[in-house]
Structures are given as C-alpha cells and as structure tokens.
Design a protein around this ligand. Structure first.
Ligand SMILES: Nc1ncnc2c1ncn2[C@@H]1O[C@H](COP(=O)(O)OP(=O)(O)O)[C@@H](O)[C@H]1O
Ligand SMILES: [Mg+2]
Length: 161
C-alpha cells in the first residue's frame, strides 16, 4: 500500500466508499495541509471520525479543518462540553470530543443524530468510543505516531465508508 505525502492531499476529494489513503506527515504544517484538503472537499452531512492516542493530533487536525472552512474564532477541544458548534465558516462545523462519554445514552441526550444528519460537517474525536452509533457514511481518520525516534512524524490513515 502506497503512502502519500501532504502534496497529494487533494486525493481526499476523490475518495469513494471503500477507499483508503495513507499519508505520512512530517510535522504539524503537513497535517494542517491534509486537514485543509479534507475541509475543502467536505460537504453538508459529512462526518469525520478522528482516532489516535492522546497527543496524536486530533484537535490539531480539527483546528486546521475549521480554519480552512473559514472559522476564525479559536477552536478548542470540547472535552467537557462534548460538542462545540461553529457557524461562521462555509459550512456549520460540529466538533465532538467523546472521550468522557460512558453510556451511549448520553449521546442521545446531546442530540447526536441531529448533528450527524444535519446540514453541517461533524468531526468526532475519540469516535471509536461510540462506534455502535456512528453513521454508516463517514470518513475514519486514524492518527498514529509512526516513528518512535521522531516526535513530529504521524501516519494518517483515512478510510471512507
Ligand atoms: N505531524 C504532526 N501532526 C499533528 N500534530 C503534531 C505533529 N507533530 C507534532 N504535533 C503536535 O502534537 C500535538 C497534538 O495535540 P492535540 O491535537 O491536542 O492531540 P489530541 O487531540 O489527539 O489529543 C500538538 O501540539 C501538535 O503541534
Ligand atoms: Mg483532542
């Protein structure tokens, strides 16, 4: 399987269901380019699931994605509020961090379905924690440290379902 760099980020726009793309990012700026490409091709109703360890870059990716949509206010991790809404960009952006969810029912209370089947684009950090309720149509983005010797390198694997 070939590994792409940020220079091929536009490939995200042509992904079909079942496709998988793997990028190697050598630093935050390259991850931002990949997030930017994803944002440029994002459409109403798209769901981007972000998984990876603490410090992998899920929030960083979300910030670059939001900036590319045209959001100028600071995007902060919604760890305690679970979801933040940003209405300022090309599309509304709903940014979840479900790390603290213990019972799936909590997501109903928040109105999860109204977000993911709504008009905006949804980003979900720690999405695998709520895997059973994720919509079928989604991009799954796994971010991992790919080189133990290099603090700035990440493998970013994107699957379109
Ligand atoms: N290649 C890279 N891509 C993304 N972030 C990186 C990269 N290299 C270093 N970093 C740093 O890793 C940190 C990721 O933090 P954050 O996005 O809050 O992680 P998470 O939300 O996954 O817990 C940021 O400080 C970012 O600058
Ligand atoms: Mg985070």
């Amino acid at each position: 399987m070939s590994e792409k760099t940020y220079l091929d980020a536009a490939l995200i726009g042509s992904m079909q269901a079942g496709d998988k793309l793997t990028y190697i990012s050598h630093g935050p700026a390259e991850t931002a380019q990949i997030a930017k490409a994803a944002a440029q091709f994002a459409k109403s109703g798209d769901v981007f699931c972000l998984d990876g360890d603490l410090g992998a870059g899920k929030t960083f990716f979300s910030q670059a994605f939001g900036a590319a949509l045209g959001i100028t206010e600071p995007i902060v991790s919604p760890t305690f509020t679970i979801v933040s809404e940003y209405e300022e960009g090309r599309l509304p952006m709903y940014h979840f961090d479900v790390y603290r969810i213990e019972e799936i029912e909590e997501m109903d209370e928040i109105g999860f379905d109204e977000y993911v089947y709504g008009t905006g684009v949804t980003l979900i950090e720690w999405a695998l924690r709520i895997e059973e309720i994720l919509p079928q149509h989604r991009y799954a983005i796994a971010i991992t440290r790919s080189d133990p010797q290099n603090e700035s390198e990440r493998r970013i694997e994107i699957c379109k379902y």
